[in-house]
Design a protein around this ligand. Structure first.
Ligand SMILES: Nc1ncnc2c1ncn2[C@@H]1O[C@H](COP(=O)(O)OP(=O)(O)OP(=O)(O)O)[C@@H](O)[C@H]1O
Ligand SMILES: [Mg+2]
Length: 351
C-alpha cells in the first residue's frame, strides 16, 4: 500500500503541510529538531490512528491549539481510500481521537528506542510482540484490553484478601485463563512468523552468516489449553494471596532472542542489538503483507545511525524490496531512486 498524499493541520511543529510523497523510498533529511520524527509520527497516525511515540494524545497538538487534523489518501491495487483523522480537546481538558480508519492500512515503525526491545525489561518485548500480533490479527488489541481489565480485577481481589477471596477469584480465574491463552496463542504465532523472516533478514543486513532464534517464554511452558493456566493459578493461589498480585500469566511472559546461541540481551554488542531491533521490524513486513493482502508502510527513524557503512548499504538494499518507505537521516544519502526531502522548521521541500 502507499500514502498518495497527506495534509496536516497543527500536528506537533507542523502548522499546515500538504505533501505527496514518492510511492517508493522517501529520504527525509534535516538538522536536529526540525520535524523529521514528527512527520513520521503523523504518517503513522494517518494509517493507524495512534502515535508510535506516545500514548499521551495531548502531546501531539501544536502547542496551545484545540484541534489537530490529519487527512490523506491511501492506495492499494484494488482501490483508494481517503482517511480523515482528528484530535479534539474536550471540555474537561482530555483529548479525543476521531475519524474512521482503513481496515488494511498498516505501518511498521522503527525508532532509536527500539534497541530496548533487545536490552530492556521483559514488558518492552511483550509490548513489541503485542504490536506485531495486533497488526497480524486485528482482534488481538481488544483481547489485550479485556485481559488487562481481568488482571486488574483479579489483583484487587488478591489485594483485599480476606476469607472469601478464593471464592471471589473463581469467575475471574476462568476468564483470565481463557483470554490469557488466547493472547499466548497469537503471540506464539507472531513469534513463529518473525522467526522465519529474521533468519533470512539479519544475515543479509549484517553481511555474514548468523543464526537467530526467537523463543516465546510462557509461564505455563508449552501448554496451549486454558486449563493449564487455570491449574497454574490454583497452584500459586497461596503465594498470590500473600503477595497480593497475579504472578502467573501472559503479563509475566518474555521472548528470548538468541544470536548464534547466546542471549542477545546479555551478550549482544550495541550495534548487534540495534541491527537485531531493525531486523525484527523488517521481519514483520512479509507476514503483514500475507495477512492483509497489501504491504505495510515502513517508517524508519534514524535507522542507519551507529551502523557500519557496509551494513548501511545492506539496509538500503533490503528496504528497496519494501513498498513505500520513509527514512529520516541527519545527512543526505546517496540513493538514486525515490524522493529526497529537506525538513526545516515544520516545513518540507524537495531536496
Ligand atoms: N506539540 C508540539 N507542538 C509544537 N512543537 C512541538 C510539539 N512537540 C514537539 N515539538 C517540537 O518539534 C521539534 C521537532 O521535533 P522532531 O522530534 O520531529 O525533530 P527531528 O527533526 O526528528 O530531530 P532529531 O534529528 O533531533 O531527531 C522539536 O523542536 C520539538 O520541540
Ligand atoms: Mg528525530
Amino acid at each position: 500500500m502507499q500514502i498518495g498524499w497527506i495534509q496536516l493541520r497543527d500536528f506537533r511543529n507542523y502548522r499546515t503541510l500538504s505533501w505527496s510523497p514518492s510511492p517508493k523510498l522517501n529520504v527525509l533529511t534535516g538538522p536536529n529538531a526540525q520535524g523529521k520524527t514528527n512527520l513520521l509520527e503523523a504518517l503513522g497516525f494517518l494509517l493507524t490512528g495512534r502515535s508510535f511515540r506516545t500514548s499521551h494524545l495531548a502531546e501531539v497538538p501544536f502547542w496551545g491549539t484545540a484541534a489537530v487534523a490529519v487527512t490523506g489518501e491511501l492506495h492499494r491495487l484494488d482501490g483508494t481510500v481517503t482517511v480523515r483523522r482528528a484530535l479534539e480537546r474536550l471540555e474537561n481538558g482530555a483529548w479525543r481521537s476521531e475519524g474512521a480508519g482503513c481496515s488494511w492500512a498498516r505501518a511498521v515503525a522503527f525508532g532509536w528506542h527500539d534497541v530496548e526491545i533487545l536490552n530492556g525489561v521483559p514488558a518492552l518485548r511483550r509490548n513489541f510482540l503485542d504490536g506485531v500480533a495486533a497488526r497480524l490479527y486485528p482482534s488481538h488489541r481488544a483481547a489485550l484490553v479485556r485481559f488487562r481489565q481481568i488482571l486488574a480485577r483479579r489483583n484487587s481481589v488478591l489485594q483485599r484478601g480476606g476469607a472469601d477471596a478464593a471464592a471471589q477469584l473463581g469467575p475471574w480465574d476462568e476468564q483470565f485463563a481463557a483470554v490469557g491463552m488466547e493472547l499466548v496463542d497469537r503471540r506464539r504465532r507472531a513469534t513463529a512468523a518473525l522467526q522465519t523472516e529474521i533468519s533470512r533478514i539479519y544475515p543479509c543486513l549484517a553481511g555474514e552468516c548468523h543464526k537467530i532464534e526467537l523463543s516465546y517464554r510462557c509461564s505455563v511452558g508449552e501448554a496451549a489449553e486454558p486449563a493449564a493456566l487455570f491449574a497454574a493459578l490454583e497452584r500459586h493461589r497461596r503465594e498470590e494471596l500473600r503477595r497480593g498480585q497475579t504472578i502467573v500469566g501472559p503479563h509475566r511472559d518474555d521472548v528470548l532472542v538468541e544470536l548464534d546461541g547466546a542471549d542477545a540481551r546479555v551478550f549482544g554488542s550495541r550495534g548487534q542489538q540495534r541491527l537485531l531491533a531493525l531486523a525484527l521490524r523488517l521481519a514483520e513486513l512479509l507476514p503483514i503483507t500475507e495477512a492483509t493482502g497489501t504491504s505495510p508502510v515502513l517508517l524508519l527513524d534514524d535507522a542507519l545511525s551507529e551502523l557500519d557503512p557496509s551494513v548501511r548499504d545492506n539496509v538500503l538494499r533490503e528496504i528497496e524490496a519494501a513498498e513505500q518507505v520513509f527514512l529520516t537521516t541527519p545527512e543526505p544519502l546517496p540513493v538514486a531512486a525515490g524522493g529526497r526531502w529537506a525538513i526545516h522548521a515544520g516545513g518540507l521541500a524537495a531536496a
